[in-house]
Design a protein around this ligand. Structure first.
Ligand code: FAD
Length: 381
């Protein structure tokens, strides 16, 4: 089948990969360059972790995600992943309902997934760079670690080109006619296919109005840092941080495989037009790091060495991925800050819906983290 894929982030590229390896004919249209540094998928790293609060559906999907990444690594001939384990730290009493780390621990226990519960001393041994409050404790789970995002989208774009897949950078889709299988492009040409997949990230509402009210495009800021020399080794060998002590919705990516240490905070995002991303004023960057200072030893010795802004679509449904399907069209959005880890897997599932091997309702429930059941039958093509 010929499938028109709109968007060349990790989701669109993975959809084209999944279609191509099954013998279909994807055509991928990307408004910017390929890969596109202005998309959500282009940064040094993205985390993958089993800790998922009170969301067993997504925690289960993480294992499926690893299997999909392994299929991608096999095709690329190279792994763009560093295993570090993933750590969440809490100051609420263990077992407190509603505390994200406590909920994550309960979910892992309920699913029978291995993890360690760490007391304050164990945390201090593992992460000596923290200024730990007396009451803190943590959960360490593996597998978990760092996906080298820019390498993945770069290598995947190259793989598609080498496999002869039709990829069209600098080619914006303007309008979709799902019933006709037609996409009107910015240069006036019309592309025709058997089905259309929209994986346009923060831009989705411009193409699929049905999803517009359910998500908001937002701009997210992260800072790159050089840690004090005395903690450089501990950071480099330490776990990925999916929840810092005292700083809610915060995460840290250790400096692995030549990448810098990175901190981010979900609260640092702001509504935006993804076509008009604005650079932060210097105070915004310093303010982001300043929020971490109380929980770091020698915070004044960290140097901010850079930052990056990316746009993503924030889902209005508790961060759940949002889908829209009608005959000839499937779209996913609301990917917020947690789709990259599912990129290869989401590509496989979108390919399955577009080629009629997976029912749209099953896909929607699975993507929303509500059921593990959306596994398509084996591909025969
Ligand atoms: C700061 C930050 C930190 C994050 N951390 C994590 C993390 O640790 N773990 C994790 O799993 N996830 C994380 N995420 C989320 C993850 O990066 C995104 O959810 C994911 O990359 C979204 O991929 P995508 O392909 O849907 O969108 P994008 O990568 O944004 O790609 C969409 C592409 O579609 C193109 N496009 C849009 N409209 C059109 C059109 N009309 N025609 C043609 N092309 C079009 C755009 O140019 C863009 O290149 C993070 C996101 C950010 C911003």
């Amino acid at each position: 089948m010929r499938i028109l894929v709109i968007g060349g982030g990790v989701v669109g590229l993975s959809t084209a990969w999944a279609l191509a390896r099954q013998g279909h004919e994807p055509l991928l249209f990307e408004a910017g360059p390929l890969p596109n540094p202005a998309g959500a998928s282009f940064d040094r790293h993205r985390l993958i972790r089993l800790l998922y609060g009170a969301e067993p559906g997504y925690a289960r999907m993480v294992h499926e995600a690893y299997a999909a990444w392994n299929r991608l690594w096999a095709d690329l001939g190279r792994e763009h992943y560093v295993e570090t384990g993933a750590l969440g730290v809490s100051v609420a009493p263990p077992g407190t309902p509603g505390d994200w780390v406590a909920d994550s621990q309960k979910t892992l226990a309920d699913l029978g997934l291995p993890h360690d519960v760490l007391d304050r001393q164990a945390l201090a041994d593992l992460a000596p760079y923290f200024a730990l409050p007396a009451e803190c404790w943590g959960v360490l789970a593996a597998p978990g670690g760092v996906l080298l995002a820019d390498k993945i989208v770069g290598h995947l774009s190259g793989w598609l080109r080498r496999e002869g897949v039709g990829v069209f950078p600098e080619t914006r889709a303007i309008e979709i006619d799902a019933a006709a299988g037609a996409v009107r492009l910015a240069d006036g040409q019309i592309a025709l296919g058997d089905a259309i997949v929209v994986a346009a990230g923060a831009w989705t509402d411009k193409l699929v109005p049905e999803l517009a009210g359910a998500q908001t495009p937002q701009r997210q800021l992260v800072v790159y840092l050089t840690p004090p020399r005395r903690f450089a080794k501990a950071w480099a060998e330490g776990p990925s941080i999916v929840q810092f002590p005292l700083a809610e919705d915060s995460y840290g990516v250790p400096p692995v495989a030549g990448t810098p240490l990175k901190f981010g905070r979900v609260g640092a995002r702001r509504p935006c037009d993804p076509d008009a991303l604005f650079e932060p004023e210097p105070p915004e960057v310093q303010d982001l790091f300043a929020g971490f200072a109380p929980i770091l030893q020698d915070a004044g010795d960290y140097a901010v060495m850079g930052h990056k802004v990316c746009p993503y679509a924030v889902s209005h449904q508790d961060g759940r991925f949002l889908t829209h399907a009608e005959p000839g069209l499937v779209a996913v959005t609301g990917c917020t800050g947690h789709m990259f880890k599912f990129g290869a897997l989401m590509g496989e599932r979108l390919a399955a819906v577009a080629t009629g091997r997976l029912a749209a309702e099953d896909f929607a429930a699975w993507a929303a983290g509500r059921t593990p059941a959306a596994r398509p039958p084996a591909e025969s093509a």
